[in-house]
Write a protein that binds this ligand. Sequence first.
Ligand SMILES: Cc1cc2nc3c(=O)[nH]c(=O)nc-3n(C[C@H](O)[C@H](O)[C@H](O)COP(=O)(O)OP(=O)(O)OC[C@H]3O[C@@H](n4cnc5c(N)ncnc54)[C@H](O)[C@@H]3O)c2cc1C
Length: 456
Amino acid sequence: MRPHLVVIGGGITGLSAAWTAARHGAGFSDGCDVTVIEREAEAGGKARTHRNGGWLAEGGPAGFLSGRPAIERIIAEAELTDEVVTANKAAAHRFVYFNSALRRVVPNPVGLVTAGLLDVRGALRLLGEPFVPTRRSGPEESVWDFAARRIGAQAADRLVAPMTLGIYAGDAHQLSLPSAFPRMAALESEHGSLVRGLIAKRGRMATGTLTSFRDGLQTLPRELSRRGRFATQTRRAVRALAHDGARWSVSVEGGPALVADAVVIAVEAWAAAPLLDGVAPPSAAALRQFDYPPVTVVSLGFAPGDASGVPNGFGVLITRGEGLRALGNLWDSQFFPSRSPSGHLLLRAMLGGAVDRDAGTLDDEAAVALVRRELARLYGTVAAPVFSHVVRWPRAIPQYTVGHADRVRAVRDGLRAQPGLFIAGSALDGIAFADAAASGVNAAEDALRWLRTTRS
Ligand SMILES: Cc1cc2nc3c(=O)[nH]c(=O)nc-3n(C[C@H](O)[C@H](O)[C@H](O)COP(=O)(O)OP(=O)(O)OC[C@H]3O[C@@H](n4cnc5c(N)ncnc54)[C@H](O)[C@@H]3O)c2cc1C
């Protein structure tokens, strides 16, 4: 009999898992059946693209970084390479709002002083990084503590804290350095210093180019679901899991339970917890500890010349203490020009996150009004938008706070004894879209390996 794999969750993690299992499950004599169960009306999860006339607004991720093998392999397998778009050169120009002005971030201390981001003392402290003693032991450090120790408090506040907002909508004082930025932690542990590590790795530390699709990022989950040799059932929420000693029973709201030989859980940590209450209570308890602050994404479109103070570039991150509530703005149509009608500007503002949860819960009208008020501070006079779209995520991005690695270990340890039960996703294996895809691929490969072993 063909084995049946059920994947719970139709975000990029679950669809990458299903795609991989359906494609590579052919190792069984007559293949492997794969079913994806998704609660919402369509596949995509946090990848949610909204198209309206000439506007294309992302409600979640803007894209993913190139050079990530798992996602690139899936794109090639799904024959989507021709649909791929990459950000243009404007994406290299990034800004931080500090001391009432937009300041260009450049990768050298002199430039940072010229831009007004650091004073001479702050720049000298940054230059002294290679001479800071290497920390080899001690309690887990927060991102901010690490940055302040290695490059000084000024650079931690004005460069690293905004970057943490931009990636995690997170608080650098709470996030764990080794969990949130493992490559930075490795530079110190392997090379003794960030600067020495960057020099040693020159050319091999490429961060990649922001990549998406002509019709937006949701193209990938949507097309995997459409083209994959598996079934996707939408508008169906999984309520519980149980194992009868031989197979899994997957209870789905308002319908008969599905019977499965293996299960991949690819939902958010808070959504996975109730599924595991009856199966692996310690894993469920650990999953409940993940914090997901709210984020609201406000997309605004402007007619030509109506927001002329917005520079050509990627966007701006906003330091706290400036009296502004947005975490930052992305100038999407500057780096993906086809996201707005010709000559127009599409801008997205992020509200909320771990530093301002209330701003992430404003209703649409209040969120747009707040963003518009702040645009005047950031860019000078800005006319009324000709397009607007708001997406609210009550629980947006998992926070890799201090203790994260222990929580992940507790989740995985608790599932080890469960036959054919696997878990993947951005709470555990990296919060980036490409990490989520890789996590799904790995879970599918583990599930196939397990099915082969137990059925041979
Ligand atoms: C505002 C925002 C901006 C972001 N920006 C970027 C960016 O620029 N670059 C980047 O790389 N990453 C970014 N990310 C992160 C990226 O979006 C995520 O890492 C990725 O989309 C997570 O995919 P996932 O499949 O693991 O989870 P999700 O996309 O959350 O998918 C989980 C799915 O499971 C479903 N589900 C939940 N419970 C059940 C249930 N009981 N039964 C059935 N289905 C269920 C949900 O409906 C959902 O579809 C951003 C995230 C947000 C929120």
